[in-house]
Design a protein around this ligand. Structure first.
Ligand code: PGA
Length: 241
């Protein structure tokens, strides 16, 4: 893991966006794994700006999002489908048929997860996977558990995750289940970029970087991947030496 520490979230956004845009320039048909949450927003802002200023087309790019809530209409303001369109896709020339999500409303979740995993494999796997990290060190919605997960699956969200995200749900209650890519699948990405900002992430970052590899700290598995870049602000890095 290579750890990069920046002063501000917007500097991180610029550095990470540069890596994604350079990938799209070099490989216009690349496959990107994308994340939601507050953390990637500055990166998405910079990707949209670079797309426009540098005239980089995303028409050949395919994206796969990490996770999606269950039992929330796709059109809900809090669905990750809506988030991604508002924060990124509507500002790019990416084709709607090339953006992919797990369907959290699928009647048969197991079949839906298999469909998603097969599609990613058929696309040739993920070239760059973007990750945030939960206060409990989850990646995607892989919560602390007894063992590392494999492919996509339906997960019951932990109290910590519900506590951290319920602020976004003012009208309807926050869903307690989601579909998420699994840990093994995330680890299959050729390159992984994890961003963490703010003091609430410091403990998870310390455990991820310095602790033992354990499914109780899901992000610790990234120690075993050979191409991981970690981008932190000073607050998130504050418990590292
Ligand atoms: P956040 O979420 O970016 O909103 O902090 C990150 C995550 O839970 O993975």
């Amino acid at each position: 893991m290579k750890v990069n520490i920046f002063k501000t979230a917007s500097e991180i956004g610029e550095a990470v966006a540069r890596i994604f845009v350079d990938e799209v320039k070099a490989n216009p048909d690349c496959v990107l794994g994308l994340a939601t949450g507050a953390t990637p927003i500055p990166t998405y802002e910079c990707i949209k700006k670079m797309h426009k200023d540098e005239n980089i087309s995303f028409k050949g790019v395919k994206t796969y999002n990490l996770d999606e809530y269950c039992d929330l209409p796709k059109s809900d303001k809090n669905s990750y489908y809506t988030f991604m369109h508002e924060q990124l896709f509507n500002g790019l020339d990416i084709l709607e048929e090339n953006v992919h999500f797990l369907d959290g409303n699928a009647v048969d979740c197991d079949a839906e997860c298999k469909r998603y995993d097969n599609e990613i494999n058929e696309a040739g796997g993920i070239d760059i996977q973007l990750l945030g990290i939960g206060n409990n060190a989850h990646i995607g919605f892989n919560e602390p558990a007894e063992s590392f997960t494999d492919g996509s699956f339906k997960v019951k969200l932990t109290d910590s995750t519900i506590e951290a995200n319920k602020i976004y749900f003012d009208e309807n209650p926050m869903p307690h289940y989601a579909l998420t890519m699994g840990v093994k699948q995330i680890m299959a990405a050729k390159k992984i970029i994890l961003i963490a900002t703010g003091p609430k992430k410091a403990e998870a970052i310390k455990n991820m970087v310095k602790g033992e590899v354990t499914p109780l700290v899901p992000a610790s598995v990234l120690q075993e991947h050979n191409d991981v870049l970690i981008f932190l602000d000073e607050a998130a890095a504050s418990l590292l030496d």
